[in-house]
Design a protein around this ligand. Sequence first.
Ligand SMILES: Nc1ncnc2c1ncn2[C@@H]1O[C@H](COP(=O)(O)OP(=O)(O)O)[C@@H](O)[C@H]1O
Ligand SMILES: [Mg+2]
Length: 804
Amino acid sequence: MDNQSVLLDDNTDKLPLVPLRDVVVFPYTMIPFVVGRRSSLLAVERALQGDKRIFLSTQRDAKIDDPKPEEINTIGTVANIVQSLKLPNGNIKLLVEGAARGRVQRLETVDGCLIACLTLIEIKAELTPEVETEMGKVVALFEKYVKLSPNMPYETMISTIRVSEPGRLTDTIAAHLQVGIEEKQSLLETFNPVERLGLLTTMLDGEIEKLRVDRRIHQRVKKQMEKAQKEYYLNEKMKAIQQELGRKDDKLNEMEELKQRVQSAKMPKEANEKALQELKRLEVMPPVSAEATVSRNYLDWLLSVPWHKRSREIRDLDFAEKVLNEDHYGLDKVKERIIEFLAVRRLVNHKTMKGSILCFVGPPGVGKTSLAQSIARATGRKFVRVSLGGVRDEAEIRGHRRTYIGAFPGQVIQMMKKAATKNPVFLLDEVDKMSMDFRGDPSSALLEVLDAEQNCSFLDHYLDTEFDLSQVMFICTANVLHPIPPALRDRMETLRLAGYTLLEKEVIARRFLLPKQLKNHGLDPKKFDLEDPAIRDVIEKYTREAGVRNLEREIASICRKLARRVVKEGNEFTFTVKSEHINEFLGVPRYRPPSSEKKPEIGVATGLAWTEVGGEILTTEATLMKGRGKLTLTGKLGDVMQESAQAALSYIRSRCGVLGIDDDFHRKFDIHIHVPEGAIPKDGPSAGITMATALASLLTKTPVRGDVAMTGEITLRGKVLPIGGVKEKVLAAHRLGVRTVILPRDNEKDLADVPDDVQKSLEFRLVETMDDVLQIALERESAPKVDKEYEKDLNKGLPGSITH
Ligand SMILES: Nc1ncnc2c1ncn2[C@@H]1O[C@H](COP(=O)(O)OP(=O)(O)O)[C@@H](O)[C@H]1O
Ligand SMILES: [Mg+2]
């Protein structure tokens, strides 16, 4: 022991002792622990009653519950009880602060607790420079130690570094050291702080080394694991690199191929530049990026539209005529116009030709689409078709800009790609069904497509370079003309297809539809047939249309059933469908065959209407009810039709005297006019005379002839004005078993379009005034006498009639 150490022998004390099991308490440190042994509890209680000082000494073997005096270390620490808390289980939780070392001189047992008679040991060291250096060393080591220890909070460092007194520093560090109890005890038993510094240095060195080894081992283990992972990762990367290298080759090949395609595409200058530019961009892009895909797609489109390729057109008009006749029956006028059109197109630069676009107008199933196909065949062009029904977005025609994700060209360019030639027949089907909304007006885009002066430089938003459409032969179809914007209509040469007569339908079915459907269903035409009466039955009992679309569908349905029988009964099966089989094939008839045996009725007149699906018959009913002259109209009548009902009523009222009607009727009665099949919207002025006839019949109580149908607009003064759709209406009248058709005189010229067989089987009465109408339509015997004065007034002759 050096000269600095002073043992204070007189410094003795008597304190209750608590043996500690696995902890060594050092002076200057706070420590919490729980006391549970009986003797210890008694000792704590005694201390709490006294000056709260207690002596803590570690027992040599932690496992012993009731240590004998010699099993307790004689060197311990005097501590102050800072806090005590009695736990519910009787134990006491203590927070103590070590004060000084003490050596037990003697142990007594008083009232069941141990009392230590002890000497306090307090040795102070002088702060010489060497001690200071030593302290610095220890602090540095301790810092290393803290850093290396996996579970030592760094704050412990800070609290120790600030300590400048060697005894206190060493004890604080000793308390924090995670070493065994014996080592700790040896630190406690080293009284001289300078000596403790030495001991701590060796201990810290050892601990640090241990920790280092630990860490090394840990890292080695980690490394081992990482190595395995690394190898895996590198392997994967290697694969990726190899793939990339491979791709590079692919890419080179691809670029080479694209370059060649660009060269051989013979694009116009502008497009060619676009393509080369895009190639350059593509070259520097990572081949699998989204960008590259977009770029590649674009190039693909650029390369796949027909810049150059064209079909060799057939210019022989005789051949064209032959083809048209081969594909379609009848339609003589239409075919003639088509041939003329082709001839003119040949002679005149079609760019300056007004109406350079054919437009077929007519009800469904009259052969508009198939005529266009025929024209393609007749002129040796490819055929492509776009349905404009429901197209409402300009982009559908002209494409989306490439900046949009998933953009692609519009229908026009798409179809040109499909045509693969720059001079196809391009059918724009159902132009009247195109609609417009906020997304822009598709018809303006269409206008550009159809304008021969503009379409040589058609700009699709996606393609983004001009494309020449000037060699395309555009053909449009529509059910009705009026929804087509006038500017578009101006460009067109309209050809009307009104519909077919029963006879025509029979021929079309026999010569075209049946052979086609038999072929489609793999049926040998030598083995299967439909007799003529069977065909007629299908037409009359299962269809009711201007065209032949449903007829073709029904024939297809028969063919399907025949095909089924063939499969069932074997290849030898043959069958001729007779009239009596039809029910079995097609089920219950949908329509009754037309009969002219309609009975004359009061207040019911038959009108002829014209709809998108062709001509129709509209029965008009009128009834009277008690009331005050209110006119009710039902059956979904449009504004024009309602007004024309008003006009009809006004006319009747003005003619009360002549017609022999009580001129007060409108004060006593309400009138209701109804046009059945109420769900179908109806409009137009052409039902005027029909409504007036129904009213006149009702008010004069004179029946209307059952076999008469009529169409015509009425004026307030009873004049009959011409109407449209004569051919369609007449065909419908014929189809539906009418005998006599009343038409405005001014429509006489339209009868020229009506097929001969129809003309022959119908009686046409051309009228100028409503009086003429009533004369014909109301049952003759009871027809009201026409007022001669009024007649003179109108200065018109007798109703004219032509009978064929
Ligand atoms: N005059 C005709 N001669 C032969 N077949 C016809 C005739 N008219 C129409 N067809 C046939 O009727 C079917 C319907 O014609 P389609 O061209 O689709 O009518 P649309 O386009 O007018 O609605 C097609 O199979 C067509 O070949
Ligand atoms: Mg069609």
